[in-house]
Design a protein around this ligand. Structure first.
Ligand SMILES: C[S@@+](CC[C@H](N)C(=O)[O-])C[C@H]1O[C@@H](n2cnc3c(N)ncnc32)[C@H](O)[C@@H]1O
Length: 315
């Protein structure tokens, strides 16, 4: 990728791009255009994320090359068929959590590759990378000084790892319903932020065993809502968990087919309306369209947009 990126300024990002091109030469054209869409600040942030990915790759059998292979696998074998279904029917293929368990979550090897591939998308897919940048540069500095932060569904753990680098954050907690995801998040945090205390709990947010004194100043709910059958109930739970005056950072994609996506957001306004319906005030919105298009075209053509919302529980 020497032709499209300054290798000296962005060595880790260049190494990631090299690994992808080696694995998938035909992706070069897409990557070249995608890189040309990034500002110098965005390239610097991509380098920062690539460094985190490289540290995680060191802990992965097969290293960066194996992650690049999983990125190609999910693009061609997992996302593309769902994209074709979405284009033909205007809906996501699966409707229930039970179907997703049967077809996706219960397949351990497939899930491993899926999660590895998604880690790479956080750098490569421009809407993912821009969402992470918003979280790091806009949301984390808004948090109450010494605040308690909860991430629901930390998955690969990158967002929690970025939070460990923000001095305002007091305590860090991660809840996930999946033992596997929790193990991945724990492992990532140990690699990326050694020695930093994070409380991990196996926890379904719909579980009724919540104690009344639980509450957080900042809640991160990223790329989880679209996986749920009951998004309204989920945001009601998030509202209850948020202390008065506290903030949430929600990231939900619109028009983003994947085998385990159940809740289809067709327009970013729907996501804001959902949050308002349970009592949140919208503080800020940012919509990031997929690479190669504008927000307006993405809306018109029903293309993927990452809808990022900072919302506040009124004091
Ligand atoms: C796609 S990952 C999101 C990872 C990361 N937050 C991100 O933005 O990339 C979704 C995570 O949500 C978790 N999850 C799904 N339903 C949940 C529930 N009811 N309670 C807690 N976690 C849940 C999954 O196990 C998974 O780890």
């Amino acid at each position: 990728m020497a032709d499209v990126i300054d290798r000296q300024a962005y060595p880790q990002f260049a190494a990631l791009l090299d690994a992808i091109i080696l694995e998938w030469p035909k992706h070069h054209k897409y990557l070249a255009r995608n890189i040309s869409e990034r500002t110098p600040d965005e390239l610097a942030f991509s380098e920062r994320l690539s460094k985190m990915v490289a540290a995680l790759a060191d802990e992965t059998p097969g290293g960066l090359q194996s992650l690049a292979s999983d990125y190609r696998f999910i693009s061609e074998q997992i996302i593309l068929p769902e994209e074709l279904h979405f284009r033909r029917h205007g809906e996501y293929r699966l409707k229930t959590f039970a179907e997703a368990v049967e077809q996706v979550y219960s397949r351990a090897d497939y899930m491993k590759r899926y999660m590895n591939g998604l880690l790479i998308t956080d750098v490569i897919w421009i809407n993912h990378c821009r969402s992470m940048e918003h979280y790091s540069k806009r949301f984390l500095p808004m948090i109450r000084e010494n605040g308690d932060l909860l991430e629901i569904g930390p998955g690969h753990g990158l967002l929690l790892a970025l939070a460990t680098r923000e001095k305002r954050v007091g305590t860090l907690t991660g809840w996930d319903v999946s033992e596997g995801s929790l193990a991945t998040a724990r492992h990532s945090l140990a690699a990326l932020s050694p020695g930093v205390a994070v409380t991990f709990k196996l926890r379904d947010i719909f579980a009724e065993d919540r104690t009344d004194d639980e509450g957080f100043d900042a809640i991160v709910f990223s790329e989880v809502l679209e996986h749920l059958e009951n998004p309204e109930e989920a945001v009601r739970v998030v509202y209850r968990l948020c202390r008065p005056g506290g903030l949430v950072w929600i990231n939900v994609p619109a028009n983003s087919p994947a085998p385990d996506h159940l809740y289809l957001v067709r327009h970013p306004d729907e996501a804001s309306d959902l949050l308002r319906s349970v009592g949140f005030e919208i503080v800020e919105r940012a919509n990031f369209a997929m690479s190669g298009t504008t927000y307006e075209r993405a809306i018109a053509d029903k293309l993927t947009i990452s809808c990022v919302i900072v919302a506040k529980r009124p004091a």
